[in-house]
Write a protein that binds this ligand. Sequence first.
Ligand code: ISJ
Length: 375
Amino acid sequence: MTSEDFFKRIETQYHNQLPFVVYRKPNENNIFALRQNNTDLFFTEDFTEKGFVFSPFDELDKSVLIPTDVSEAISTDSIISKSYTEHVEVSNTNNLASSESKTFHTNLINKGVEAIKNDALKKVVLSRKENISLKEANPITIFKRLLNTYKSAFVYCWYHPKIGLWLGATPETLIKIEGKRFSIMALAGTQDFKGTLNVVWQNKEKQEQQFVTDFIIDNLKTAIESYKVSDVETVKAGNLLHLKTMVSAQLKSDVSLKEVITALHPTPAVCGLPKEEAKQFILKNEGYNREFYTGFLGELNFETKVSPRSGRRNIENRAYTVTKKCTQLYVNLRCMQIINQQAIIYVGGGITTSSNAESEWQETVSKSLVIKSVL
Ligand SMILES: C=C(O[C@@H]1C=C(C(=O)O)C=C[C@H]1O)C(=O)O
């Protein structure tokens, strides 16, 4: 489908207030969309359903599903758009609120550090939201800018008339599962990108990233056959750098996707350690509802044709190509919600015993630029 037709269909869907999701996976060209043909609100019961899942931070809240069987699936392989370079004017009307917001956030961070020093927590990810007034708020235009700006992110725009409209460009994969093989990303630690990947990381960042890797292994130990952990790598995400490792493993045959997701989400990359205590600290102290920020989203139980990994490439062998269930979920970071003429941007960072409130505040400011730069 041409990109004009593709985006026309998305615009029509939005205009008719029907649910849809449009997205592009990291470093890929194809842009996919699901257009739901009614306004019903569907939820996943046990993650055996097929569709695009949109899950909140608090796992006690329900995960929304755009089921494939009531949706039209469309795709295009490029974005050719006249409008994406138009600049939407931003007027930041909350400069006053911003100094209040800084005081609130730095106090929150100090409270987090105190809880860690008192041994109530080991790590906690603390966040805030920021409102920006938009003069023009066409989400499809903003989505195209995100596509053009963040090639290595998972870029999406998700809409349901009964929930709202979310957009984002996240650098973080929660999990990829193909059959019983899976990989999980442990991403944490942040510094500004200053032209090179060759940078020095402080112990604070190394430690907070290690917490995430250890958590993944500890929590999945009984569910997996064996596992491999990659070396720690510095990766670029927009104007920022993070530390990343990949954990790959084979799931035991009797383990369900629901068990894996329950064991993982929310990871210490977005919540903290111990998980339940950190979550309670967040719910009690952040002073707002994260909703879908730091939740996860993506393709649930999509069918993909997989060829055998080795063996002779002959016709006989090709007959063995199998259809496997594939799930690719991303953590909902570097995201915003659009309500009327307002963009609500969500940003946070990991707090450990050696966190400094001023630099943690600055980190959220840098993270907010990922989204602000396309508004
Ligand atoms: C919480 C966010 O990001 C997470 C926190 C990070 C950190 O504390 O360094 C880095 C990447 C993400 O795991 C966010 O972007 O809002």
